[in-house]
Design a protein around this ligand. Structure first.
Ligand SMILES: [Fe+2]
Ligand SMILES: [Fe+2]
Length: 279
């Protein structure tokens, strides 16, 4: 597969129309909580996913939220927008893998762990809004699910080759597809009209394009990705190095990141409600 086959990726379905509507609504400063809630409420499974998350240990609220409009008032527009995006992507791409060597459950567990760690870093290092960081971590490897869903034979080849030759999957993706899951993820997230910061966070999480600069979200996801991999929550066995440039942009050291290992795991435990979204 070559770069021009990105056209084939253009056949990747759009997220439900309602999601696009919500993203556009968010740009309108005059929108009310009730109006946003009305749009979300058209999809009952989305409503129940959102209520499940906002009532989980993840938010640890003291009383029960029973409607989306309450959730919007309490948690804010951006948080609900990000939850809608998270729930929709996970609902659409859970289930069984198509490539025999890929395990979507494991993929999403890695992604949830990375989301939790990205959110912790964002909070502690005050470098991005935590909910945006969480969402970016959650979908950072979405390109792999796209490869699995739409190019299962090629993806299986990349997985087997990585295993046989003891290479990083990232490397064999490049060999087989001519581009990596990061680039495919960027392409698809842009097509889905995700906010720009998140699109670049996905596309650059293994490093920005030549001469590009690390943006904060991409750098945060990169550090989180390496940290959760070191904790054993990863696909494949390879050990990635932390990028010095990414750390520099964030103004922190590898030791600073390591000092947060326990906080990453605690946040991951609190986030396990997200695993319910992938069945
Ligand atoms: Fe990745
Ligand atoms: Fe990853």
């Amino acid at each position: 597969m070559l770069r021009e086959d990105l056209d084939r990726i253009d056949a990747v379905p759009m997220l439900p129309e309602m999601v696009g509507k919500i993203l556009t609504m968010m740009d309108d400063p005059n929108i009310s909580a009730v109006q946003l809630a009305n749009v979300v409420s058209k999809d009952q499974s989305l409503v129940s996913s959102i209520l499940r998350i906002v009532n989980s240990a993840y938010y640890g609220l003291l009383w029960r939220i029973t409607s989306v409009s309450q959730a919007v008032v309490l948690l804010g527009f951006r948080t609900i927008r990000n939850l809608v995006l998270a729930a929709t992507v996970m609902n659409s791409f859970g289930g069984r893998a198509r490539a025999g060597s890929f395990n979507r459950g494991e993929h999403w567990r890695h992604s949830i762990a990375c989301a939790a760690a990205t959110a912790v870093l964002a909070k502690k290092w005050k470098s991005a809004p935590a909910d945006e960081a969480f969402l970016t971590g959650l979908v950072h490897d979405i390109g792999r699910v796209i490869m699995d869903q739409y190019f299962p034979e090629e993806f299986e080849e990349a997985l087997v080759l990585a295993d046989l030759e003891g290479k990083a999957l990232l490397e064999t993706e490049m060999q087989i597809f001519g581009l990596t899951h990061a680039e495919i993820g960027r392409h698809v997230a842009r097509k889905w009209s995700f906010p720009d910061g998140i699109v670049n966070g996905i596309g650059d999480h293994h490093g920005p394009a030549t001469e590009g600069e690390w943006e904060a979200l991409a750098a945060l996801v990169h550090v989180a990705d390496v940290m959760v991999r070191r904790a054993g929550l990863a696909l494949g066995q390879w050990q990635a190095d932390l990028s010095e440039d990414a750390l520099r942009v964030l103004g922190h050291s590898e030791e600073d990141a390591e000092a947060l290992s326990e906080a990453f795991m605690e946040e991951y435990q609190r986030s396990n409600v997200f695993e319910d979204l992938i069945s």
